[in-house]
Design a protein around this ligand. Sequence first.
Ligand code: T3D
Length: 325
Amino acid sequence: MTGQGPKPGQGPKPGQGPKPGQGPKPGQGPKPGQGPKPGQGPKPGEGPITGERPKPARPAGPGAGAQPDSSRLLIEIDGSVATLTMNRPAALNALDAALKDALFEAFRRIARDREIRVVILTGAGRAFCAGQDLREARGGVSLATELRQQYNPLILAMRRLEKPIVGAVNGVAAGAGMSLALACDLRLASEQASFNVAFGKIGLVPDSGASWFLPRLIGPARAAEIMFTSDPVPAPAAERIGLVSRVVPADQLMPEARMLATRLASAGPRALGLTKRALNRSMEVGLEEALAYEASLQGIAGATRDHEEGLRAFSEKRPPQFTGE
Ligand code: T3D
C-alpha cells in the first residue's frame, strides 16, 4: 500500500481524512491453490497468504443504502496503523458483496505492506456491522456458496494476517458483523456497543466463524446460551465475560483504539506475527504440539535482527527500535 501511485485500497496520508474512491476493486485476490495450509502464515515481505478467493458469489445487488463501491470501505493509513471503516451507515454497515470484497482486498494488501503493522476495524455511524445485507438480491446463490466464496476467505484472511487487528466496536455487531468482531485479535467496545448473534432470529445457524470463536473466547456454556437464545450482549456484559478487553465512552473509542494500535506498532512486527500464529495454533492442538510449535517459532524469532536489537536495547537501557527484520 505504499511506495506506489494511488491504487484501490490506498488511504490518505497521515493527517488527511479517508476519502471515497480509494477502496479496493472487488473480485481481485489470490487464485485458488495459492492459499496457505492451516496454521501457516506469510513471511514478512512475501505476498499475503489469505486463502482461496473464488469469484464473488453474486454481484452487488440493489442492497440497502446502495453507494458507489469505493466508498463502502474507508481506509486511512496513519504511520504504521491502517484503520478500516465499514461505511454503509444507513444500513448499519450491512455486508453486501462489494463491502465483503473491499474488506478482503484491504486485508490482502495490508498483508503485503511491510509499513503497516497494525489494523483497526470499525464501523461508520451508530453500528459496527449488522451482518449480511438482508436486502441484497441473492441471485439464486445458496447461502452455503455465499459463505464458502465470500465470508470464509475473509475470516481466514483476518486470522492469517500476521499483524494484530484491533476491533473498535462502536455499536451493534450482529450476525456476520459479530463474527467479524470475533475474528479480530482484540476488541475494544464503546458503551453503546452490543453483540447480537442474530442468526437464530432469522432461522439460521451462527456462521463466519461465530460457532468457532465464541466458545473459545467465552467458554462453551456461555457461547451456547448466547447462540441458542440470540439475546444481545450489551457492552458491559461483553466485558464481564471476556468478549471485549474493555469498554470505553463512545467518544473515547477511536482515541483508545489508536493508542493501543500505536503501542502495538512499536513492538517487533515479526514477533507479533509469529505470536498470532502461535495463538491460532494453540486453539487447535494439545500442549505437546504447542510446545513444539513454540520452539520452532522461537527458532525463527531468535534469528531476527529485531531479537539482536532487543538484546542490544536491553543492555544499553533504551527502548528497542524494531524494523521487522
Ligand atoms: O445470507 C447469507 O449470505 C449467509 C450469511 C449470513 C450471515 C449473516 O450475517 S445472517 C444475519 C444478518 N443480520 C441480521 O439478521 C441482523 C438484522 N438487523 C437487526 O436485527 C437490527 O437491525 C439490529 C439489531 C442490528 C439493529 O436494530 P435497530 O433497531 O438499532 O436498527 P434497525 O431500525 O433495525 O435498522 C436500521 C436500518 O438498518 C434499517 O433500515 P431503514 O428501515 O432505516 O431503511 C434496517 O433495515 C437496516 N438494516 C439493519 N440490519 C440490516 C439492515 N439492512 C440490510 N441488512 C441488514 N442486516
